[in-house]
Design a protein around this ligand. Structure first.
Ligand SMILES: Cc1cc2nc3c(=O)[nH]c(=O)nc-3n(C[C@H](O)[C@H](O)[C@H](O)COP(=O)(O)O)c2cc1C
Length: 401
């Protein structure tokens, strides 16, 4: 229903995207998109490029007078760096070999070698340029639109970093809005002040050692209604769709929902969220399942943790082989981040927003925002009525006892 495609290279002229399936009447603005793009560019440990470029989106179609029309939304973000790359990334053929910045020695962990073998590139820059996480600029831009839709329905998404390298959070506020606020203020998007400082120190050390770091971030969606996704087909399960979206982000190596791998080491009695009834609706004693049961949202916050590997471009290059001579050679070095886990959290938010907005439209679908919000309200009020009539019959039953 809601889908998007991105195009463009890391050092090409621009990145672009098309978002298809947004309803008409959604209020959107370039400023909202730019705010999310700005968040993606923050975080201690990012490389020089983030300092020379401030991403600015342009909306080329699908929006009129501040509202979506129901047509595909076309987005563009120009690469400010293009000025110094126009000859090296020329669209037209060029004979000037020396301007190309050919990549001949693949970096272990990056897409260089598989790109060479799979597509037959003699210059692995072709692989590098498209595999680069620069592409996530457009995911964040598209996600900003999905996020707007969800916000109108009372769904809010945030992320925070739970570990970088061996440094982990040790204490977090119990209130999600407080975690979100503290993460926004931290240079590494970590809501534990002490851990945040130790993460910054670790990143500085890694930079001095010319090494890189990975880590784990958590993305949370609050306010998601019951019933997004379904168990009736494997590819329609919401947990599966979320996992795929997260794993599609460059450098992600693991996804957990709720207690994830930790739940697998415990007894069933310790990890199931017991069900209660408060007279108006169902309650849960905990949220170990991360808001998903049977591949369907259960009304609890949706909690997803994602593991990001350390970045593969090292300023102290690893051993590799020149693809032309087959001689051992230090891996290619390209301007690079030391740690991008905080930025990855923002990208995770965008991907979760796209998946939830898609599932939301499936459940409450309509062609314009007012119909969709009316559908949501109608279903919610039916649930409330159901709750009231059940409470009444419970009260009656107990008076008969
Ligand atoms: C926000 C973000 C920034 C990244 N920055 C870099 C970088 O500066 N240098 C690098 O080698 N990899 C970086 N990566 C990771 C590579 O894009 C990724 O490892 C590569 O495309 C290969 O894909 P894979 O790791 O999923 O196998 C970044 C990833 C993300 C999410």
């Amino acid at each position: 229903m809601l889908r998007f495609l991105t195009a463009g290279e890391s050092h090409g002229q621009a990145l672009s995207a098309i978002v298809d399936g947004l309803p008409a009447g959604l209020h959107v603005s370039v400023e909202q998109i730019n705010h999310q793009l700005w968040r993606r560019q923050q975080g201690h440990g990012r490389g020089g490029r983030m300092k020379i470029e401030t991403d600015q989106a342009e909306i080329l179609g699908g929006v009129r007078f501040g509202q979506t029309t129901g047509g595909p939304v076309s987005l563009l973000v120009r690469n400010a760096d293009w000025r110094s790359w126009s000859d090296k990334m020329s669209v037209a053929p060029t004979d000037e070999e020396n301007t190309r910045r050919v990549v001949s020695v693949p970096r272990p962990g990056h897409a260089d070698l598989v790109g060479h073998i799979k597509y037959g590139f003699e210059d692995m820059r072709n692989a590098l340029e498209r595999a680069s996480a620069r592409e996530t600029t457009m995911r964040v831009a598209c996600g900003a639109l999905a996020r707007r839709l969800l916000e109108d329905a009372g769904v809010h998404i945030f992320s925070h970093v739970v570990s970088i390298g061996p440094v982990e959070v040790s204490s977090l506020p119990s209130d999600y809005s407080e975690i979100a606020r503290l993460a926004e203020e931290s240079p590494v998007r970590c809501a534990d002040g002490d851990a945040s400082q130790r993460m910054v120190d670790l990143i500085d050390q890694a930079k001095a050692d010319r090494d890189t770091l990975g880590g784990i971030f958590e993305v949370v969606a609050t306010g998601a209604p019951v019933g997004l996704g379904t168990y009736v087909q494997w590819d329609r399960r919401l947990d599966a769709r979320i996992a795929m979206a997260m794993m599609s982000i460059q450098a992600m190596k693991g996804v957990e929902i709720g207690d994830g791998f930790a739940a697998a080491r415990k007894m069933g009695s310790e990890v199931m969220d017991e069900i209660g009834w408060d007279g108006q609706g169902y309650t849960r004693s905990s949220n170990h399942m991360g808001g998903l049961e049977g591949g369907v949202s259960n009304g609890e916050p949706i909690v997803v943790r994602v593991a990001k590997k350390p970045l593969s471009t090292l300023m102290r290059p690893l051993k590799s082989v020149n693809i032309h001579t087959k001689e051992p050679s230090p891996a290619h070095v390209e301007r690079s981040d030391v740690c991008a886990v905080p930025a990855a959290g923002v990208i995770g938010e965008a991907m979760l927003a796209m998946v939830l907005a898609d599932a939301f439209l499936e459940r409450f679908g309509g062609d314009n925002m007012s119909d969709i919000l009316a559908n949501l309200e109608q279903i919610r009020s039916a649930h409330r009525k159901q709750g009231k009539s059940v409470s009444a019959s419970v009260a009656q039953d107990s008076s008969e006892c």
